[in-house]
Design a protein around this ligand. Structure first.
Ligand SMILES: [Zn+2]
Length: 310
């Protein structure tokens, strides 16, 4: 735990109690026969991201689809998001982004948001791997997460240190949360080890994708969720304009765009990306992931395919 953590960040105890309440509420409502089709039961989905908006950019349509089908979604934001602006102070930005994260979660149907409050861009320094992995494992065990979404720890060329830190800690926490001898103090406190059956990694490169989700019915919701991140949408346009000016090339609609009038540019960019992924799999709009699930069981159960939730 960093000494720089702010008073507004909720304590571990509060987070754990709230997460346990969510898990209990889900238990009470099981089983849910419809509209899950071949899916076995309602799942608990847990998203670990470094910054508010990582999830919306990479998997907002898929998360909206999970929520819309009745699965429980909890979002964990590791940092306080206070570096991403050319015009706001860090204080102003933290307040704005807290509102934005919760606004976007509401659009997507996410039940709970847990903010860990580490300083943006300094996650590796503030939370060494064993610390962050332990915090993530505690949340997995409390929520009883079936499916974990996060950045991919094994993809090359990931430039952001916060993304790499979250990816590694989340992957290791999800892989060993059912081992009682990992972080045994959590088990002694009464937390049960829990088996995470699926890990979905955000896949920016085509070669990493082995699971596609048709988000044609959810692209509007994904874009609407991104619009909630107003400070980051302004930043996105401004960052494009920095690159444009440096390039010496001419893109008049971008050069003349007021960054606060970002909607059309973001809409155009998001649809172009989702359409390109869709072309890889035959959907109009899609998101792609590197997914691992159920270990080697699908190979042992010859001729059988595990059910799909989305
Ligand atoms: Zn990020």
């Amino acid at each position: 735990m960093s000494a720089q953590r702010r008073a507004s960040v909720r304590s571990d105890t509060t987070v754990v109690e709230e997460a346990a309440a969510v898990a209990e509420a889900v238990e009470e409502t099981l089983p849910v026969p419809e509209p899950f089709g071949r899916a076995l039961r309602r799942k608990r989905v847990l998203v670990f991201e470094a910054h508010g908006d990582d999830m919306e950019f990479t998997s907002g349509g898929t998360i909206a689809k999970f929520a819309d089908r009745g699965h429980e979604v909890t979002l964990v934001v590791a940092t306080d998001n206070d570096k991403g602006s050319f015009e706001l102070t860090a204080e102003e930005l933290r307040a704005a982004r807290d509102r934005e994260v919760h606004g976007a979660a509401e659009v997507l149907g996410i039940q709970r948001v847990i903010c860990l409050g580490y300083s943006d861009g300094e996650l590796q320094e503030q939370a060494p791997l064993h610390v962050l992995r332990g915090r993530f494992m505690r949340i997995i065990r409390e929520v009883k997460a079936d499916i974990v979404f996060t950045w991919d720890p094994f993809t090359p060329y990931e430039g952001h240190p916060d993304h790499r830190a979250v990816a590694t800690a989340a992957n290791e926490a999800a892989s060993f949360a059912h081992f009682p001898l990992y972080y045994p103090e959590q088990v002694r406190e009464g937390l049960e080890p829990y088996y995470v059956s699926e890990q979905w990694f955000f896949a920016k490169a085509p070669r990493d994708r082995n699971k596609f989700v048709d988000i044609t019915d959810y692209i509007d919701k994904k874009i609407e969720a991104l619009y909630q991140h107003e400070s980051q949408m302004v930043l996105t346009v401004q960052d494009l304009q920095f690159a444009l000016r440096a390039s010496g090339l001419e893109v008049p609609w971008l050069a003349d765009l007021d960054p606060h009038d970002y909607r059309e540019a973001i809409d155009r960019q998001m649809r172009a990306v989702a359409r390109a992924v869709g072309r890889e799999c035959g959907f109009e709009y899609a998101e792609g992931f590197r997914r691992t699930r159920f270990g080697v069981i699908p190979r042992l159960a010859e001729g059988q395919e595990p059910a799909e939730d989305v």
